[in-house]
Design a binder for this molecule. Structure first.
Ligand code: GRF
Length: 213
């Protein structure tokens, strides 16, 4: 399959979406975000549109200026600020996150633009129940600045990946990927915007897929 230069193509999501069965009970989601929260919004909208049978129990954000918190409040979702700067270690920070997620009776943890490394404290408390979205076709371009890395490498196709979280960064089992073309005139901003259109489609789908086991 080739990608037209002027188009954005999701390679995987359409075929999977036909096979997605809604869970009978709403999934209880805890969303973690550090930034703008457009993926939070996409999940909330998929729930409102009845494309995802879930409810968002809480948003945890670590950056006091994160727009994700405003989005949560506008959607009637409780937003809890846990600022990593207030904790002496990553483990202590993750311990507080686990406590909060448990207080809000969360079953599935969605890292939607969570810009902190996680520790076994969080991973072991929600084994195989933590989902991350990353703006590249993993295993290419792990870590921060994935969009910059893709542009610098000269690849003609990049995309996004939703995967289960394990201890190694951006490395857990892949749930869904979508591909987008890299255009000759792309900047980090234009390429990231094209990737995010696909993120907003595949993240809600991947949550249902993961819940199917
Ligand atoms: C997304 O591109 C995601 O892949 C990455 O961080 C970004 C978050 O965007 N991990 P937003 O805050 O959901 O708009």
């Amino acid at each position: 399959m080739t990608l037209g230069l002027d188009s954005t193509v999701s390679l995987v999501a359409p075929s999977i979406s036909k096979r997605l069965l809604s869970p009978s009970q709403p999934l209880k989601l805890g969303i973690m975000a550090s930034g703008s929260g457009s993926n939070f919004e996409a999940i909330a909208q998929a729930i409102a549109d009845e494309q995802l049978n879930a409810q968002i129990q809480v948003l945890i954000y670590n950056n006091p200026l994160a727009k994700a918190a405003i989005r949560a409040t506008n959607r009637g979702v409780e937003a809890v600020l846990l600022n990593h700067r207030d904790y002496g270690s990553r483990e202590a920070f993750d311990g507080e996150i686990v406590k909060t997620l448990q207080q809000y009776d969360v079953d599935w943890v969605i890292m939607a633009g969570w810009m902190r490394l996680v520790t076994p404290v969080l991973i072991d408390a929600f084994t195989d129940k933590i989902i991350n979205i990353h703006p590249s076709l993993l295993p290419s371009f792990k870590g921060i600045n994935a969009v910059e890395q893709a542009l610098a490498s000269g690849v003609k196709i990049t995309g996004c990946t939703v995967h289960l979280v394990c201890l190694e960064v951006d490395s857990g089992p892949i749930l869904i990927q979508a591909a987008v073309p890299v255009l000759p005139e792309d900047t980090v901003e234009t390429l990231h915007a094209r990737i995010q259109i696909q993120e907003h489609i595949i993240l809600p789908q991947a949550i249902t897929l993961a819940a199917q086991g």
